[in-house]
Ligand binder design. Sequence first.
Ligand code: SAM
Length: 358
Amino acid sequence: MALTLPDTITSSGRDEAARRPRSQPVLDTLRRPLRDLRVSVTDRCNFRCTYCMPKEIFGPRYPFLPHHDLLTFEEITRLVRVFIDQGVEKVRITGGEPLVRREIERLIEMLARLDGLKDLTLTTNGSALARKARALRDAGLRRITVSLDSLDDAVFKTMNDVDFPVARVLEGIEAARAAGLWPIKINVVVKRGLNDHTVVDMARYFHGTGYILRFIEYMDVGTTNGWRLDDVVSGAEIVRMIDAALPLEPVEPNYRGEVAQRYRYRDGGGEIGIITSVSQPFCGDCTRARLSSDGKLYTCLFAAAGHDLRALLRGGASDDEVAAAVRRIWTHRADRYSELRMLATPRLRKVEMSRIGG
Ligand code: SAM
């Protein structure tokens, strides 16, 4: 296929129809609008979290994508612009580990300039944040989410499986705060028998600091993590544990479709979020699309296959044609995997989270 598209798309080169603000949101078959886009910028990560990229599978011989298969920053920016025209307001940069993608701050700068994008954020394991926080802020990032599963060094090292110490993630979090990235959310995946005994310590440590902890039920993403329902600590159980030490009360969602259920400490010590995609699926409100690092559009975190937008871009499609493809895909969307999880779907060969991003 001929590579006919310029690397940088100027606004004058865009199709009129694709640029026109949409009066009607694009709705899927369950009447869910397209509002959020998660963009994975790499399938590589410097951690080997046992629940996400287990070493036995993602070892030295694992076929990670070659660089030319990744969307360029210009291609990502162009696609994000098309998605904004279809109703997307919020973009999350993720991976793999997004900070291992070289010059990621250049992409942030390009995206931060886009009209109509109300919220741009990034999820990172924090390992490179002490070094990168200032550049990310200068590039236009406003807030950030950092993953940290435990404050207990031994537990954390067992989970990241590359001997990475807690202290360096905390340093990254501090650097992000000092650089002015705020609010900062901290993602904690809870797996039974692994880190559930450290949940309350985590809550105590961040209580009263303004950081927002978000506890995530261990999910059956991909096919390589050997997921079992018995390993899931339910959101209700997590709330009970924390509430017993630091009393909590529920808070109204900020907006329809918010991923986390919110709780606040009764003593005014801030809030936490609980993400219950296993015990209380929230597919009915899911407004999220996902773009893999090689340019495939997934309409569900648990999808088995994506739609190849990179082929369109590199095949010379106009913005209008790409927009039409996005609309076609979204209007046909019927995914509600989490609600059907316990039926036939566990046998599906789902895409790995490291490829499409959390
Ligand atoms: N590397 C970045 C990071 O660590 O935040 C971004 C990508 S990571 C896939 C995004 C989020 O997904 C992280 O918070 C990670 O803990 C979470 N995650 C990965 N596998 C998961 C699983 N099986 N269940 C629940 N959350 C998971």
